[in-house]
Write a protein that binds this ligand. Structure first.
Ligand SMILES: NC(=O)c1ccc[n+]([C@@H]2O[C@H](COP(=O)([O-])OP(=O)(O)OC[C@H]3O[C@@H](n4cnc5c(N)ncnc54)[C@H](OP(=O)(O)O)[C@@H]3O)[C@@H](O)[C@H]2O)c1
Length: 330
């Protein structure tokens, strides 16, 4: 059996995370015990929440352990199985983390159909990011036909799905994204009616012009100044889904919405964590998989090759260096 390559958290970042916070090691793959499964990973999912787990501050999830394999979603192929639930050759999605081989009792693994859909889609539009988009849009914003839904990080793993689902619900989807290339893609491929570049020096004027009817639903992925601008454009009875605040994950302060605005406009602001809503995942995944299989949901990926490049891929994701779902191919 080949050696396992693993990426461990070496020490916690005290300011911005860098690749030096991690360490790559080679270890033997343990022999399979009764009921265990050996998975060879094909793709790792890189996700903004990972930055929070690198810190030991109190949060909704347990911190990543120092000296342990970096946790995270991954897809791969079963190479050996002592479990009746899995056969050699099965495509699976699970939480195997940043390593080439994963030995597990299979409790976290799901068999997926990777014949017609690329296996890594189970880390994107038909995985956790897709369900996040589905939940925040349908359960919090609940757009009505003709309403305007504003989405930040509009071309990212979550945002790209939100925009397309909002449009399918008959709403007018407006995106905010970083740079002209992302904005062109948002309109041409994802069906946003308009997309505003938050790096533009005239962003404030441009977002105002893109929202002649204001905002009925705000799907917030970023925070920061664009969020403040978006809040000013909210209509009476607007719904704000606080999905993520990536602009502050490395220490920048978050700003509260003006509470007077929340009151006088009777706005609903709701934060959510997708893993609190596991009962809805099968429904969401069923709908998303149907759309993907029918070619009605587009997505895009940024793929970095090599497990040893996972730390830098995370750093780049946290600086907005991805275009679509950030993945590492092993
Ligand atoms: N609540 C939940 O359960 C849940 C689940 C999954 C994800 N999330 C959150 O959803 C958001 C999107 O996640 P994702 O996986 O889909 O990531 P993503 O959107 O694919 O990637 C992050 C994007 O954020 C944008 N961004 C804007 N300002 C930024 C800044 N100051 N620093 C870094 N990035 C900035 C960048 O896009 P532009 O260049 O277009 O600005 C970047 O590409 C994140 O906040 C994440 O934490 C929440």
């Amino acid at each position: 059996m080949a050696a396992n390559t693993q990426v461990l958290l070496d020490h916690r970042p005290t300011a911005k995370v860098s690749a030096a916070n991690f360490r790559v090691v080679e270890t033997p793959v343990p022999a399979l015990g009764a009921g265990q499964v050996l998975v060879r990973h094909a793709f790792l999912s890189l996700d903004p929440y990972m930055r929070g787990r690198l810190s030991d501050a109190n949060s909704y999830a347990k911190p990543q352990e120092v000296g342990a394999v970096m946790q995270g979603g991954a897809v791969g192929i079963v190479e050996a199985s002592n479990s009746p639930r899995f056969r050699v050759g099965d495509a699976v999605v699970g939480m195997g983390g940043w390593q080439r081989y994963y030995v597990t009792d299979g409790r976290d693994l799901q068999v997926v159909d990777a014949r017609a859909i690329p296996i890594q889609a189970y880390l994107g539009p038909i995985g956790m990011p897709g369900v996040t988009a589905w939940y925040g849009l349908n359960q919090i914003i609940a757009p009505k036909s003709g309403e305007t839904v504003l989405v930040s990080a509009a071309t990212g793993a979550v945002g790209s799905v939100v925009g397309q689902l909002a449009r399918r619900a008959g709403a007018r989807a407006i995106g905010v994204a970083g740079g002209p290339e992302k904005c062109s893609y948002a309109v041409a491929e994802l069906g946003y009616s308009a997309c505003v570049d938050h790096r533009s020096p005239t962003f404030a004027a441009e977002i105002k012009a893109a929202l002649p009817n204001g905002v009925d639903g705000l799907f917030e992925n970023v925070g920061g100044e664009p969020f403040q601008q978006a809040l000013r454009r909210l209509n009476d009875f607007a719904r704000v889904a606080i999905c993520g605040l990536i602009a502050s994950y490395e220490g920048a302060a978050t700003a509260l919405p003006d509470m007077r605005l929340v009151l006088v406009k009777r706005i609903k602001v709701e934060g959510f964590i997708v893993s609190d809503h596991m009962a809805l995942w099968p429904k969401a995944l069923g709908e998303l998989a149907g759309l993907v299989a029918a070619g009605r949901l587009q997505w895009r990926e940024t793929i970095r090759d090599g497990l040893e490049n996972a730390p830098q891929a995370l750093v780049d994701l946290l600086r907005g260096g991805n275009f679509g779902k950030m993945l590492v191919r092993i």
